[in-house]
Design a protein around this ligand. Structure first.
Ligand code: DX5
Ligand code: ZN
Length: 229
């Protein structure tokens, strides 16, 4: 993975057909996805359950781009090695998931992965400042984590602007997760984001039998974001 700030679209397989992840991933990558976003939920940190490291391992051979694993779980530390061994390229953990996020981020890099720090809509940037030299990505949640298809929380635009200034020249991606559409992505591109996670807005109307719809959806988000730069 080389670092750049170009617009990247990361479809979330939370909105894919759970019985057909392999072909869904191949379809979105063939249609222009830059990264594949994998939402891991534990029914404890967030009020929903998805899947764990075994599923990540199973889908890994189908991912040719970047496997971006978003852990919405607490505790995190006991599972880092399992997700790294399953083939994650990026592992993001939540600032809110436990008292020792610094140790968690160290462990993610120690396991050979890029380290992501995810922050909920209600969390400010104070806790991010002293972690900047140990992270490769900040995932700014623009919905409360747990479900796809929720409405974008507009107050996060100002947070991303401030975060972009705080990051300066450091090679740290700003990823936006939740409610991304061709209408909301430009606000975040202008504020300084470069990775755009989108679940419902990518998978809506398409299928492995109609993958060209995925392509249209991905291109619409990308074009809107790039137009704002
Ligand atoms: C929410 C997840 C998101 C979600 C995005 O907890 O982290 O990645 O799938 O879905 P949309 O794009 O539908 O808001
Ligand atoms: Zn996510």
């Amino acid at each position: 993975m080389t670092f750049d700030r170009r617009v990247k679209i990361a479809p979330s397989i939370l909105s894919a057909d759970f019985a057909d992840f392999g072909r869904e991933i191949e379809a979105i990558e063939a249609q222009g996805a830059d990264w594949v976003h994998v939402d891991v939920m534990d029914g404890h940190f967030v009020p929903n359950l998805t899947f764990g490291p075994q599923m990540c391992r199973a889908i890994r051979p189908h991912v040719r781009t970047v496997m971006d694993v978003h852990l919405m779980i607490a505790p995190v530390d006991p599972y880092i090695d399992a997700f790294a061994e399953a083939g994650a390229d990026v592992i993001s953990a939540h600032l809110e998931a436990g008292p020792h996020i610094h140790r968690t981020l160290q462990a993610i890099r120690g396991a050979g992965c890029k380290a992501g720090l995810a922050i909920n809509p209600g969390t400010g940037l104070d806790g991010v400042e002293y972690l900047l030299d140990m992270i490769d990505l900040v995932c700014v949640m623009t919905v409360n984590p747990g479900f796809g298809g929720q409405k974008f929380i507009e107050s996060q635009v100002a947070k991303v602007k401030a975060l972009r200034a705080m990051i300066g020249d450091r090679p740290i991606h700003i990823e936006i997760d939740g409610g991304m559409t061709p209408e909301t992505a430009p606000l975040m591109a202008a504020a300084g984001a470069d990775v755009f996670v989108a679940g419902s807005a990518v998978f809506r109307g398409g299928s492995v039998a109609k993958p060209e719809v995925y392509g249209e959806n991905i291109r619409a988000i990308r074009a809107a974001a790039e137009a704002a730069l």
